[in-house]
Write a protein that binds this ligand. Structure first.
Ligand code: SAJ
Length: 408
C-alpha cells in the first residue's frame, strides 16, 4: 500500500489525512505551523466541523502521525492555501510552489505529487511545472504531477469526502489509475480521470456555476424590493416548475471559494467572461444593499442611533467558524467606507475579537440593540428566536418565524 504525506492540515488537508488513516492507509500529516501540530499531537482537532472529532479519534487509533517535517513517501497530497490578490484578482501560488520545492528535497524517485488546492486554470503549466523542471527533475519520471481538486463543503465535509464524486487530472493514465485506487480506499463516489487542465477548469467552473445561480436569486431580491413583491414567494412558486431550481437570496457570498474562483475566469478571459463578471458584481453588492435596507428600516421606525443596530453572525455561512470573505465583514468594510461606524456584532462561533463593538454573549448583545440584522442562520438563533420578540428584525436569510419581520 502506498504511503502518503499530506502537506497543509487546514480545512481540507486535515479531514483528508484523517479519512485516509481511518481507512488504514499509512499517513503523515505535515504542517509548518508548530502550534497546530502540537494541538493535533495532544489529541485535539483544530477547527469545528460535524463529525471531525469522531474521525480524528478513529484515525489516531490507526495509522497517522503529525509532524512539521516533510517525509519520504510515495504520494504527497498538497492542500495548502492559494490566496488571491484582491486587486489583480490573480491567484498567488506561492504556498503550493514552496510545498513542491520542499517535497523535491525529500521525495523518492517516481513520487506522485497530488495538488488538491484550488488553482486557476493553467497554474500547473505556468507555475508548477517550471519549478520542478528548473530543479533538474523530469516530470513523468522523477516526479508525477496530479491535480485532484477537493469538492467538500464546510459543515458537511466528512460525509462529502466519502460520498462526493471526484476529479483526478493527470498527464499519464497509469498514474491516474494508481491515484484513483488510493482515493477509492475511502471515496464511494465516482472518480473521473482526466487531464490536468480539464481538472483545473472544472473546479473553477463548478464554483462559478453556483455563484451565478446565487446572483440570480440576489438580483430577483433587488427587483422585487424595488416594486414591492415577495421574492421568497415568487421563488417558491417558480421552483414548482420541473426545470426551475432557483437558490435563495442572501446578504452576499462569502467563503474562500465561490467568491474567489470566478474572478480567475474574469481575469484570464476578459471580454469573454461577461455573465460571470456580472454575477460577481451582483453578489459583491449585496452587503451594501443590506446597509441600505438597515437605513430604510431605521427611518421607518424612527431609529437614529446606529449603535443600537446589531449584526447577528460574522461567519460566511451557518454553523461554521470560517469568516473568510464573509458578507458581515464586507458590510462592516462598507460601513467604514461611508466614514461611519457603530454597528454592533456577535457570532457564537467567533471567540476572538475580529471587529469593533463585538459581543461574545447572545443575551448581552441583544440587550444593547433594538434592530437585529440576521446575517447568518446559525442553529443558535433558530433555537432562540423567542429572544427576538421585542426587537425590530431584518432577516436576510428568511429564517425568522416571528410576525412582522423585515426581509431583503
Ligand atoms: N449562499 C446564498 N444563497 C444560497 C446558497 C449559498 O446566499 O442559496 C451563500 C452562502 O451563505 C455563502 C456562500 O453563498 O456565503 C457560499 O456558500 P456555499 O455553501 O454555497 O459554498 P462553500 O463556499 O461553502 O463551498 C463551495 C462548494 N461548491 C459548490 O457548491 C459548487 C464546495 O463544494 C466546494 O468544495 C467549495 O466551495 C470549495 O472549496 O471550492
Amino acid at each position: 500500500m502506498l504511503k502518503i504525506n499530506v502537506i497543509g492540515l487546514g480545512y481540507i488537508g486535515l479531514p483528508t489525512a484523517l479519512m485516509f488513516a481511518s481507512h488504514r492507509v499509512e499517513v503523515v500529516g505535515t504542517d509548518y505551523n508548530n502550534g497546530l501540530i502540537a494541538e493535533l499531537n495532544a489529541g485535539r482537532t483544530t477547527f469545528e466541523e460535524e463529525g471531525l472529532d469522531e474521525l480524528f479519534n478513529d484515525a489516531v487509533s490507526k495509522e497517522i502521525k503529525f509532524s512539521t517535517e516533510y517525509q519520504a513517501t510515495d504520494v504527497y497530497i498538497v492542500s495548502v492555501p492559494t490566496p488571491y490578490d484582491k486587486n489583480s484578482k490573480k491567484i498567488d501560488a506561492c504556498y503550493v510552489i514552496s510545498a513542491v520545492k520542499t517535497i523535491m528535497e525529500v521525495c523518492p524517485k517516481g513520487a506522485i505529487i497530488v495538488i488538491e488546492s484550488t488553482v486557476s486554470p493553467g497554474t500547473i503549466d505556468k507555475f508548477i511545472r517550471p519549478v520542478i523542471e528548473v530543479n533538474g527533475f523530469v516530470i513523468g519520471e522523477d516526479i508525477n504531477l496530479v491535480h485532484a481538486p477537493e469538492r467538500i463543503i464546510p459543515g458537511n465535509m466528512v460525509y462529502e469526502l466519502e460520498y462526493n464524486s471526484r476529479t483526478i487530472g493527470v498527464d499519464n493514465l497509469k498514474i491516474g489509475e494508481k491515484v484513483k485506487n488510493l482515493y477509492e480506499s475511502f471515496c464511494k463516489g465516482e472518480i473521473i480521470v482526466t487531464d490536468i487542465r480539464t481538472a483545473e477548469m472544472t473546479k473553477v467552473v463548478e464554483n462559478t456555476y453556483r455563484d451565478i445561480n446565487i446572483a440570480f436569486a440576489n438580483e430577483l431580491a433587488k427587483i422585487c424590493r424595488s416594486d414591492d413583491m415577495d421574492v421568497y414567494e415568487i421563488i417558491r412558486i417558480a421552483n414548482k416548475h420541473p426545470r426551475v431550481n432557483i437558490l435563495q437570496p442572501g446578504p452576499g457570498v462569502g467563503g474562500h471559494c465561490i467568491s474567489v474562483d470566478p474572478w480567475f475566469l474574469v481575469g484570464d478571459y476578459p471580454g469573454l467572461a461577461n455573465i460571470i463578471l456580472a454575477a460577481r458584481k451582483i453578489n459583491d453588492s449585496m452587503p451594501e444593499f443590506v446597509l441600505e435596507r438597515i437605513r430604510d428600516i431605521m427611518d421607518n421606525n424612527g431609529l437614529t442611533d446606529i449603535t443600537r443596530v446589531g449584526l447577528y453572525g460574522l461567519t460566511y455561512k451557518e454553523n461554521v467558524d470560517d469568516v473568510r470573505e464573509s458578507p458581515s465583514l464586507q458590510l462592516l468594510e462598507s460601513q467604514k467606507k461611508h466614514l461611519a461606524n457603530g454597528l454592533k456584532v456577535y457570532d457564537p462561533y467567533v471567540k476572538t475579537t475580529i471587529a469593533d463593538n463585538q459581543y461574545f454573549n447572545l443575551d448581552e448583545f441583544l440587550k444593547n440593540v433594538d434592530l437585529v440584522v440576521l446575517m447568518v442562520s446559525h442553529d443558535e438563533i433558530i433555537e432562540n428566536m423567542d429572544k427576538l420578540k421585542n426587537k425590530i428584525v431584518l432577516d436576510t436569510r428568511k429564517i425568522c418565524t416571528l410576525e412582522k419581520v423585515y426581509t431583503l
